[in-house]
Design a binder for this molecule. Structure first.
Ligand code: FES
Length: 134
């Protein structure tokens, strides 16, 4: 599975131990920054009951869901407890301070049903908004 990397914001837009929700054609993606400046991206939907993981608490390489405290590995997407399940992890990289995530090629980029995917820009992901404007 390969995908194009698209910019979603600056590393400085996310404080250490913070997270942001990025709207993408494949759905909302949670982008997280750890205390030691590692960056992870996972589907922003808790496998328990769909909680918004980007609003959770980051600790180490884990995020705790804000709804019922499920702990999810940002490295593997696996639930560490108290339930079982997994969220999809999304390849992410930081280039010159810019966070880029990979949108899998096989997932349609088209956010509008029926519109031709080829007409959509490659940078279809919405950028990370600074905390103050969220
Ligand atoms: S929705 Fe995340 S723990 Fe329940």
């Amino acid at each position: 599975m390969s995908g194009d990397y698209v910019p979603v914001g600056r590393l400085d837009d996310i404080p250490p131990l913070g997270g942001r929700c990025v709207k993408t054609p494949r759905g909302p993606v949670g982008v997280f920054r750890t205390e030691d400046d590692r960056v992870f991206a996972v589907d922003n939907r808790c496998p328990h009951r769909g909680g918004p993981l980007s609003e959770g608490i980051v600790h180490g390489a884990f995020v705790t869901c804000p709804l019922h405290n499920a702990v999810i590995s940002l490295e593997t997407g696996e639930l560490a407890g108290p339930d079982v399940g997994r969220v999809a992890t999304i390849p992410v990289r930081v280039v010159d301070g810019e966070i880029q995530i990979a949108i899998p090629a096989e997932i349609p980029r088209d956010p509008v049903p029926g519109a031709p995917a080829a007409a959509l820009p490659k940078t279809a992901a919405r950028r990370v908004a600074p905390k103050e404007s969220v």
